[in-house]
Design a protein around this ligand. Structure first.
Ligand code: JHZ
Length: 419
């Protein structure tokens, strides 16, 4: 049986034709960190991106199955960064102080991961339920006192929740919907589960930021969609759900929070038409923009490779900083192997001793970086730079520098000492 969910290039939401606009070649799983003894059976798939003129959805042409990507050894934990913990606390407060909660509200979260968001509702004894398919992170959420239903969310799951808990005041999802190929099924589930005055609040990496910053590393197996307000209006509109508010977020290198309700329940805020206009100016509702994007990412690859080759020629030591999912796209697309990057440091214990997917660069604990500061750190966790910058003040004051590819290949801090 094929390991791909869909071979025919058609839009997963509108079923219209999908035009392939980007081709990044063969890639391994973004989070497929691998034991040195397991490299022979590594899985690769063609990473290419399609655009639908009908739905305006930017999406992968092929995606590995959910079971291949999300399993009991899934190595990403939302709570590993201080910045993300703060972000989710604020996210929770924005809901807790909103007009959307009734007297005895039900809050549902799709993909609750380690409970970083829902724990704020659990600690207030509010009725809640988190849906999470990955065992290991679901166990962590339970330790935080969060009620977890271990499953993938769909229309049927909505029925199960409805019969056990009733309808929801708020349905939340953070960095989850962009992972789900069966988006129509999920949206139908939202429609079914939501109270008449309830809202869906979700956030994901924003296509506008990806295009503006050439942050093509947001493209990997798990991110089947890169949303814009245009595509959200289309996809949710099919189920008679309307976009009533949008709010840009600094997380994950630029995200967007979308608020949706049943059609006619609320008056949409001005932020919605404003964002739609801005997107049209940026061209992210047009095919040609993504064809130009391929040229930009090829230029970024050349610039990054030549900088790494130059550092090697000059005998400088280099280490990767943060074994992110995004780094899998960079390493594989830019063909970076251990001769240019001997190791990557990361704070996630489950990644230690493993090799990076595809290019097999060893992942080492952060202590290795502290013990032996490299001249240059290739910043794969660029979305956490603020946090990293304060954590690594000693490295920086000793002349260490971070090399990033966002929004173009350059050093951070920009005016630091030359090494
Ligand atoms: P980070 C993941 O992407 C996967 P990733 C997923 N598909 C998704 O959509 C987004 O998150 C939401 C390390 N680190 O947050 C820890 C340090 O080593 O950019 C993590 O391994 N030192 C669900 O993987 C990684 O970087 C540090 O100081 O691209 C962070 O990965 C910090 C702050 C992080 O997400």
């Amino acid at each position: 049986m094929s390991s791909f969910q869909k071979q025919v290039p058609r839009c997963r939401v509108s079923d219209s034709e999908l035009t392939t606009v980007l081709d990044l070649g063969l890639h391994p799983l973004g989070n497929g960190f691998i034991a040195p003894s397991d490299t022979r059976d590594e899985f690769f798939y063609p990473l290419s991106v399609g655009f639908s003129e009908e739905s305006k959805l930017v999406q992968l042409v092929d995606q590995p199955s959910p079971e291949q990507m999300f399993h009991s050894e899934y190595p990403f934990f939302s709570g590993t960064s201080v910045g993300m913990r703060q972000h989710f606390k604020q996210f929770a407060y924005s809901i807790l102080s909103s007009k959307f909660l009734s007297e005895n509200p039900l809050i549902v979260e799709i993909g609750c991961n380690d409970g970083i968001l829902l724990s704020h509702f659990a600690s207030r004894n509010l009725r809640h339920i988190g849906i999470e398919p990955a065992d290991n992170v679901a166990a962590l959420a339970r330790e935080q006192g969060v009620n977890v239903l271990k499953d993938f969310f769909c229309e049927d799951t909505a029925e199960v929740i409805l019969s056990s808990h009733g309808s929801a005041d708020v349905i939340m999802a953070a960095n989850v919907l962009c992972h789900i190929a069966r988006l129509n099924d999920v949206i139908r589930g939202f429609k079914r589960l939501l109270k008449p005055n309830g809202v869906v609040v979700f956030e994901d990496p924003y296509l506008g930021d990806v295009v503006r910053k050439t942050s093509y590393d947001q493209i990997y197996d798990e991110h089947v969609f890169l949303f814009s307000a245009h595509s959200v209006v289309y996809a949710f509109g099919l189920a008679d759900l309307q976009l009533i508010d949008v709010a840009p977020q600094p997380t994950h290198g630029g995200s967007m929070r979308y608020v949706l309700s049943h059609k006619g329940s609320y008056e949409p805020s001005d932020s919605v038409p404003r964002l739609l206009e801005e997107e049209s100016r940026l061209g992210i509702d047009q095919l040609e923009t993504f064809i130009r994007f391929q040229t930009k990412i090829e230029e970024s690859k050349q610039a990054l490779r030549s900088e790494l080759e130059e550092l090697k020629k000059r005998g400088k030591s280099v280490a990767g900083y943060g074994a992110t999912s995004k780094s899998t796209t960079i390493l594989n697309y830019c063909e970076i192997t251990t001769d240019l990057l001997p190791y990557i440091c990361d704070t996630t214990p489950i990644k230690h001793g493993k090799l990076s997917p595809g290019r097999h660069i060893p992942i080492k604990p952060h202590q290795e970086f502290q013990r032996n500061h490299p001249d240059v750190a290739l910043l794969f966790a660029w979305n956490h730079f603020e946090e990293i910058q304060s954590k690594e003040s000693k490295y920086l004051s000793n002349g260490g520098r971070f090399l990033t590819h966002v929004p173009f290949v350059r050093y951070l801090p920009q005016f630091g000492p030359e090494k």
